[in-house]
Design a protein around this ligand. Structure first.
Ligand SMILES: NC(=O)c1ccc[n+]([C@@H]2O[C@H](COP(=O)([O-])OP(=O)(O)OC[C@H]3O[C@@H](n4cnc5c(N)ncnc54)[C@H](OP(=O)(O)O)[C@@H]3O)[C@@H](O)[C@H]2O)c1
Length: 231
């Protein structure tokens, strides 16, 4: 069955992989991102099955509402929301001060809360509503310098649990994947001596995300699923 899906952070590395996998399944797919323009060639590679919308700050609740409604109108409703938008900063409290704690909270949690709030009234109208969030395995126990990031991703884990309970009787499942290190150009540049084969490829993680988004995963909700490769 074709589905209507919205991917936040759709122009980023993981968002692109999720979008490509969804389009390959014939799902109507919207990519929403803060970056004003998609990377060169992305629209052409996805073809007619995709709608690309840049320049949207999902940390702004009104902007999130507007784009979710726009997508639902274009795609005839909404079945799946994948909250990928987010980012990472390593900083100690001594060096970075308090600001990163608020910044990462906004980047990783507020974006997902706003988009979920806007999407829920549409997802409850679907016969198989799904929210898939992206948490982090590194948020299960934080190392030095990981505080702001881990706190914001732990908040994603708690959002996943609480929303899954809230929506249990409304036909919407809410789950999260907890990646370790993705094989991205940024991570390769930051950790040049690492064994990249131990990392999770964005395509492999996208397949797990689409499983949680599928009809087959209807009995799974509130799961925090580690996707850690060999790390
Ligand atoms: N990479 C890893 O190893 C790893 C590990 C564990 C978890 N994760 C999580 O996986 C997700 C994707 O990671 P990635 O490596 O694909 O990151 P990425 O390439 O940086 O993609 C993230 C995208 O989200 C967008 N975004 C940021 N703030 C936004 C906002 N306020 N509104 C709308 N869009 C916004 C970014 O746009 P701009 O670039 O314009 O800001 C970017 O295009 C993130 O949540 C990350 O924390 C990644």
């Amino acid at each position: 069955m074709t589905k209507s899906l919205l991917v936040t952070g759709g122009f980023g590395v993981l968002g692109r992989a999720v979008s490509a996998a969804a389009v390959a399944r014939g799902w109507r797919t919207a990519l929403v991102d803060f970056s004003p323009e998609p990377p060169a060639g992305l629209a052409a590679s996805l073809g007619d099955g995709a709608y690309l919308k840049g320049g949207v700050d999902l940390a702004d609740p009104a902007a999130a509402r507007t784009v979710v409604e726009d997508v639902a109108q274009r795609q005839g409703g909404l079945d799946v929301l994948v909250n990928v938008a987010g980012g990472f900063t390593w900083t100690t409290l001594a060096d970075g001060g308090v600001e990163p704690w608020g910044d990462l909270h906004r980047l990783n949690l507020t974006t997902a809360v706003n988009t979920s709030a806007a999407a829920i009234p549409l997802l409850t109208q679907s016969t198989a509503g799904r929210i898939v969030n992206v948490g982090a395995n590194a948020a299960v126990k934080a190392a030095a310098g990981m505080g702001p990031y881990a706190a914001s991703k732990a908040a994603i884990h708690r959002l996943t649990e609480s929303l899954s309970e809230e929506l249990k009787d409304q036909g919407v499942t809410v789950n999260a994947v907890l990646p370790s290190i993705l094989d991205t150009p940024t991570n390769r540049a930051d950790m040049p001596d690492a064994d990249f084969t131990r990392w999770v490829t964005p395509d492999a993680l996208a397949q797990v995300i689409l499983f949680l988004a599928s009809d087959e995963a209807g009995a799974v909700t509130g799961a925090l699923l580690p996707v850690t490769g060999r790390v």
